[in-house]
Design a protein around this ligand. Structure first.
Ligand code: ASN
Length: 331
């Protein structure tokens, strides 16, 4: 029988009513006791990493989770991480990049309703996550509402609905149907090299959501605050305002690039991503050196950017890192 390690981090799944609303309180063993159906799926050990709402989860916590997996890698066939849903997509993306040459399943899950509640989705999600972690498929996955999503393509779409996550710009990897898993992809070839931890991250990435009326000074503020990377959440295919004198963002972007800041653009649209080679509002920005993030979600780009800044110092090298498509993530 496969041996799986549950790493707990908190979230609604572990929450109960506290003095000021829901707050994570339950430990892993308590959660597992509520799911008798797990007997027979795999053998489970449990390690508590933290017990926090995922709104409080910081990039440093990604390092804690990644290091725990690396240090226990040889002891287990796979890992399940219980996690709050609010920032789970960021953590899944970060771990996908941080665990180089991963050849075992690392499965994120959580719930919209506490596991102690009668109408919880937590038991079904945890059970499905353990089923996925006991498979031969490997990589970082997010398992929720019977769907298995690639770690780089998950996005939380609903605040309440139980089917909270979507697979963005990539097909779902598998469906969970009772005890059966229906994979849409074949098992990949195992990487030839050993697992390697990449935990050198620089968090100085500023995210600017464009709105009609946005002031270019916000970009100058980011330069002054010594951000090394700027993600512009552009309009549609990657549109950046370039008219109307004082609202033209291009001169401010130019100042950022001259200061050595790397600028990338993701789309505000959930699906299809950027294609900045179509409209003048995209082409002029891309020509200046703005990296078009293609099919990447903001969550995936943010994690990749932090890693690029941590591992590289030269802006050209950082841009190449962002464009690298090891996981097929940039169109
Ligand atoms: N459903 C959830 O888990 C939401 C919770 N606020 C969290 O992200 O920790």
């Amino acid at each position: 029988m496969k041996k799986i390690c549950l790493l707990t981090t908190g979230g609604t799944i572990a929450s109960a009513e506290g003095a000021a609303g829901l707050i994570p309180q339950m430990d892993g063993a308590e959660m597992l006791r509520l799911i008798p159906a797990l007997t027979g799926v795999c053998q489970i050990d449990c390690q508590e990493l933290m017990n926090i709402d995922s709104s409080n989860l910081q990039p440093e916590h990604w390092g804690v989770i990644a290091r725990k997996i690396v240090n226990n890698y040889d002891l287990y066939d796979g890992f399940v991480i219980s996690h709050g849903t609010d920032t789970m997509a960021y953590s899944a993306a970060a771990l996908t990049y941080m665990l180089k040459n991963l050849a075992k399943p690392v499965v994120f899950t959580g719930s919209q309703r506490p596991i102690g509640q009668a109408d919880t989705d937590g038991k079904a999600n945890l059970l499905a996550a353990f089923r996925v972690a006991a498979e031969d498929h490997f990589g970082v996955y997010l398992v929720f509402a019977n769907t298995v999503i690639h770690g780089l393509h998950a996005k939380k779409l609903y605040t309440k609905h139980l089917n909270a996550f979507g697979s963005i710009n990539a097909p779902i990897m598998a469906h969970v149907a009772g005890s059966q898993l229906i994979w849409q992809v074949p098992v990949s070839q195992k990487p030839a090299e050993l697992l390697a931890l990449r935990d050198k991250m620089d968090q100085r990435v500023f995210v600017l959501t464009l709105t009609p009326g946005i002031q270019p000074q916000l970009i100058d503020m980011a330069i002054l605050a010594e951000y090394r990377g700027i993600i512009i959440e552009g309009f549609g295919a990657g549109g950046v305002p370039n008219q109307n004198c004082e609202r033209n963002l291009l001169p401010a972007i130019e100042r950022a690039l001259k200061a050595g800041v790397v600028v990338a653009c993701v789309s505000q649209c959930i699906y299809d991503g950027t294609y900045m080679d179509c409209y003048e509002v995209g082409i002029l920005a891309e020509r200046m050196g703005v990296v078009s993030a293609g099919n990447m979600t903001l969550e995936a780009l943010l994690a990749k950017f932090m890693l690029a800044l941590g591992e590289c110092s030269d802006p050209g090298e950082i841009r190449r890192f962002l464009r690298d498509n090891t996981y097929g993530e940039v169109i």
